[in-house]
Write a protein that binds this ligand. Structure first.
Ligand SMILES: [Zn+2]
Length: 100
């Protein structure tokens, strides 16, 4: 049975739904890695489950790199990314009856 998990992107605050099998979702709640529990999701969908960050915002974050190729501050973007991930680590989950 598929359940739809609603995530809210911490950057653009848009809601997205990711469909996963209920059994897999429960395994993930028990501590399985997202890539093991949901092998059928693509990286974007897994990322939305984990951090809530939607593909459009990921693209935006990575296009940062492409605009110019200066490497004066090699760690700065990585730190930003980790901060965002931490902030978004508890995506709002709604639309169905299962709690982790
Ligand atoms: Zn977004």
């Amino acid at each position: 049975m598929l359940v739809y998990i609603t995530t809210v992107c911490p950057i653009c605050h848009e809601e997205h739904e990711v469909g996963v099998y209920q059994d897999d979702y429960l395994r993930w709640c028990d501590g399985a890695l997202a890539q093991d529990a949901f092998p059928y999701l693509n990286a974007n969908e897994r990322e939305m489950l984990i951090s809530g960050i939607c593909p459009a915002c990921w693209d935006e974050m990575f296009s940062f790199d492409d605009e110019d190729e200066e490497e004066d501050e090699p760690d700065y973007e990585d730190e930003l990314r980790e901060a965002d991930l931490e902030m978004g680590f508890n995506p709002y989950m709604g639309g169905y009856d299962y709690d982790c």
